[in-house]
Design a protein around this ligand. Structure first.
Ligand SMILES: Nc1ncnc2c1ncn2[C@@H]1O[C@H](COP(=O)(O)OP(=O)(O)O)[C@@H](O)[C@H]1O
Ligand SMILES: [Mg+2]
Length: 232
């Protein structure tokens, strides 16, 4: 099933009188359950594309369909629902709340999703256990390694059962061994739970190894869409 389809998608930023075309004419078709990587140099529009899909930003040109629904035409309420329930996002900088421990960070996402208090602790514990952190439930982000911190943000992103996980350079701050562990978590979510993964990465080799599709961006445009064929 088609989960995401963009047609001539574009995002132009306006700075004073200058237009910055961060993304232009992007045509993508992503099926549910695919692992998609987005590669390209810094400034090529990777984060812009991810933010449009995640509903953190709105397109200025073209259309973007998510599960058949046009994100540009959604009401504010529907867009907020999209951000909460349809997609989970993880980032290079993790973006956890520093004053809250692992459980509390996941709990907060469950709260936003409307999960009643009595169910939250157990659910948060289950999510953190799934990513291998059952021994780290009450640790603060400062007390966790980079890899563990990214696992907490994966658990948080999974809190409201998203169909799609958006990962913006999730291994950008991690050493190569830890990076592989995080990639392995994403592969497992993809293979076992059928979650569609869209990952921005600088690592072309990993992208080709793990993805069904590699989208290469250059100067805000799609340079090439590689169908790797050799899927794990
Ligand atoms: N909020 C913004 N305001 C103005 N320009 C922006 C903004 N966000 C991104 N850009 C510009 O859009 C282009 C693409 O940025 P981005 O999507 O962050 O690239 P990447 O993630 O590939 O490094 C860059 O030229 C960047 O400077
Ligand atoms: Mg970026």
């Amino acid at each position: 099933m088609r989960i995401i389809e963009t047609s001539n998608l574009g995002r132009t930023y306006r700075k004073g009188k200058i237009d910055i075309p961060a993304l232009q004419n992007v045509n993508l078709k992503i099926e549910e359950g695919q692992f998609v990587s987005i590669v390209g140099k810094s400034g090529s529009g990777k984060s812009t594309l991810l933010n449009l899909i995640g509903g953190l930003d709105k397109a200025t040109e073209g259309t973007i369909l998510f599960d058949g629904k046009d994100l540009r035409k959604m009401s504010r309420t529907a867009q907020a629902e999209h951000r909460k329930f349809s997609v989970g996002m993880i980032f290079q900088s993790f973006n956890l709340i520093q004053s809250r421990n692992a459980l509390e960070n996941v709990d907060l996402a469950l709260t936003f999703g409307g999960v009643p208090r009595r169910k939250r602790k157990q659910l948060a514990t289950e999510l953190l256990t799934k990513v291998g952190l059952e021994e780290r439930l009450t640790h603060l982000p400062d007390e966790l390694s980079g890899g563990e911190t990214q696992r907490v943000s994966i658990a948080r992103a999974l809190a409201n059962n998203p169909k799609v996980m958006l990962a913006d350079e999730p291994t950008g701050n991690l050493d190569s061994e830890t990076s592989q562990e995080i990639i392995d978590v994403l592969i497992e979510l993809n293979k076992k739970k059928g979650i569609t993964i869209i990952m921005v990465t600088h690592d072309m080799e990993t992208a080709e190894q793990v993805s069904d599709i590699v989208v290469k961006l250059k100067d805000g445009k799609v340079l090439e869409i590689l169908k790797t064929g050799e899927v794990l």
